[in-house]
Write a new protein. Structure first.
Length: 173
């Protein structure tokens, strides 16, 4: 957050006056966001564990996945953090709690855009970027297993079911 607020970014939609509103799953659960150095240390630790388990050390291997989850339309602002925590729980269950590094909730990237299908002016929604190490149960890296269509459909289905059950809004629209 500190670096993001001070830096000049290429994203023209980044509103640094809102950066202080960004948080993370770790921050919501513990009261303190990870620093960039802590995130890098966690990543290095997980990759070292994967290497010890016998993962390929090819240069082109996939060592981290990022899933972006947008808060559903109609979700009250005061329920967003709670919703993102539940999404993180679903991802921990699906991908392994030990593989979930963190989820960053971005509130400083909301902007207006023109929907290409309807040509309506829309406002982008708050979103979370989840950082996940693609390890299988045996500890080896395998991004293909986590990005199969069936796994992604299951993730979206679980998030949609939770959204409808707990908040009365649909995630998959």
């Amino acid at each position: 957050k500190d670096v993001r607020a001070k830096s000049k970014h290429s994203n023209p939609h980044l509103d640094t006056s809102l950066t202080h509103l960004n948080t993370s799953i770790h921050g919501l659960e513990t009261g303190t966001d990870y620093s960039y150095a802590q995130m890098c240390s966690l990543y290095d630790e997980k990759i070292e564990e994967a290497d010890e388990a016998g993962s390929s050390t090819r240069k082109d291997r996939v060592t981290m996945l990022t899933f972006i989850s947008y808060a559903p339309e109609g979700l009250p602002e005061d329920k967003q953090d709670e919703w993102f925590l539940k999404v993180a729980d679903i991802q921990r269950e699906l991908f392994g709690a030990d593989n979930f590094i963190d989820g960053h909730i971005d509130r400083d990237e909301q902007h207006e855009y023109v929907d290409p299908d309807t040509v309506e002016v829309m406002t982008s929604r708050v979103h979370m970027c989840s950082y996940i190490i693609p390890r299988k149960e045996d500890g080896k890296l395998c991004a293909k297993d986590l990005t199969k269509r069936s796994v992604l459909v299951k993730q979206n289905k679980l998030i949609n079911e939770m959204s409808i059950r707990d908040y009365g809004v649909e995630y998959v629209t």
